[in-house]
Design a protein around this ligand. Structure first.
Ligand code: HAX
Length: 433
């Protein structure tokens, strides 16, 4: 058994005990009440999910296994000659809760390399789709098409004890994760780079290999590493993570669950916001020509969007009540590597202009920028100008967290999800008293 799996199993045994004690001894303790507004309003703030992979504090932002973003980037082993850590090391942290040594990160990197080959039938399916199909649709279909490979399904059909679900779920998760960068790069090169496909390089780590398969020189390898780590997890209540958890709770396998996760991420209020931000900026650029608008001119564009009943993409959040630290990490990257980039100037101007406008507008509970306001500009700068593709990058990163969560859901025996619904008439009756 590879080291990471042994380590994972140790942790599973410990945590099964903790969960079982909580349910047996304190199962009736209340942790949340639900109001009418919450029942109608998307269960905002209702505490009814459990995950140890990450925690999102409204003021502080995300912590991965207890570590803030700067701590995560500082503590994880770095790729030699690079400013950024191994994505594989981050996956080790998410799965086991421990910062890996360089050796442990490299061991996982080797496991991914052994399993990275994208099956030819996946490429054939992608090729059979109309070339103008959205890349997120292609990504979702490619993942679902590999469902036939599921180790969990094979084991389940033979008759599998529920205590062993985690094992083949882990294998499915690692098999799938190993292929996601290759599938993403394949879609990109097929659609936007004259169909010239670049094969993986066995000597490179996940971030380096992705940059190589995209055909983009360094430091795009560090961009990829930073991007995948930052987007990996954001608690389990966001649409993509929750969808993955929900679908997997029916014992649908990892391929079904991650394909569904991608479909949830493809909405403009969630992951597709990174595409929408660049689309919005392009709309302004079309009107301004070469000139970057002054802050006063930018205010008008923002008000025009709000007055036409649309949201300003990249701003606001269901949980956060301050600027997203994922935005700040990427902003630091931009200030270091591309301070004079014209699109960064747009993003910077929006950072100054939008929050006071959203406060004045009085609707959004959080006027500050989220991760999606800042991520596209970096991709654009390094030549990935096809903004339709940006959410695929988000999806590769998010899979790290959702796969970790699903493995743990199975290990801890979380049951099929089934909240209760009521009718509007029942609510009217309940509020009468
Ligand atoms: N522009 C305009 N109005 C906004 C707004 C924005 N950026 N953010 C919120 N609002 C509005 C809401 O539409 C809502 O309007 P109504 O009262 O008229 O229905 C009101 O403010 C209250 O919303 P909220 O409670 O502050 O926010 P929600 O929890 O309902 O929604 C969203 C959170 C992220 C969906 C929301 O802020 C939004 O639509 N933002 C723009 C899209 C975006 O950037 N999405 C990406 C979010 C991060 C993420 O998930 N990345 O993947």
């Amino acid at each position: 058994m590879p080291n990471i799996k042994e380590k994972l199993y140790e942790k599973i045994v410990e945590n099964r005990d903790r969960v079982s004690k909580l349910v047996k001894q304190h199962g009736n303790v209340k942790i949340s009440d639900v109001t009418v507004a919450q029942a109608i309003g998307g269960a905002r703030g209702v505490k009814c999910l459990v995950t140890d992979i990450s925690y999102l504090d409204p003021e502080e932002g995300i912590r991965f296994r207890g570590y803030t973003i700067p701590e995560t980037l500082e503590k994880l082993p770095k790729v030699p000659g690079s400013d950024m850590p191994y994505v594989e090391g981050h996956m080790y942290l998410l799965l086991t809760g421990e910062i890996p040594t360089e050796e442990e990160a490299l061991e996982l990197a080797d496991i991914f390399k052994e399993r990275q080959q994208v099956p030819q039938y996946v490429c054939d399916i992608l090729r059979a789709m109309p070339r103008d199909t959205h890349p997120m649709t292609m990504f979702s279909v490619a993942i679902a098409s590999m469902q036939r490979e599921s180790e969990f399904v094979k084991a389940y059909q033979k008759g599998l004890s529920k205590y062993d679900y985690w094992d083949s779920t882990y294998e499915d998760g690692i098999n799938l994760l190993a292929k996601l960068t290759g599938i993403g790069a394949y879609i990109y090169r097929m659609k936007y780079r004259g169909d010239v496909i670049i094969s993986p390089d066995k000597d490179l780590d996940m971030g380096g290999n992705f940059a190589h398969m995209m055909g983009i020189p360094n430091p795009y390898d560090d961009v990829a590493r930073l991007y995948f780590i930052l987007h990996s997890d954001h608690e389990s209540g966001n649409v993509s993570a929750h969808t993955g958890h929900l679908v997997a709770s029916a014992l649908s396998d990892m391929y079904y669950a991650i394909s569904s996760m991608i479909n949830g991420l493809a909405g403009p209020l969630h992951g597709l916001a990174n595409e929408q931000v660049l689309r919005w900026i392009q709309g302004v650029m079309d009107q301004m020509g070469e000139k970057v608008p002054s802050d006063e001119e930018m205010k008008k564009f923002v008000w025009d969007t709000l007055n036409s009943g649309q949201v300003v993409p990249g701003f606001g959040h269901a949980v956060l009540r301050k600027t997203d630290p994922r935005y700040m990490s990427q902003r630091e990257f931009c200030l270091k590597y591309l301070p004079d980039d014209p699109i960064f100037k747009y993003v910077d101007s929006l950072f100054r202009v939008v929050p006071p406008i959203l406060e004045e507008h009085g609707h959004a509970k959080n006027p500050w920028p989220n991760v999606d306001a800042q991520s596209g500009v970096i991709q654009w700068y390094y030549g990935v100008k096809e903004y339709e593709f940006y959410t695929v990058l988000f999806g590769i990163g998010r899979a790290l967290g959702v796969i970790s969560n699903i493995i743990w859901d199975r290990a801890l025996g979380y049951p099929i999800e089934r909240p209760k619904s009521v009718t509007i008439a029942m609510l009217e009756e309940m509020v009468k008293g």
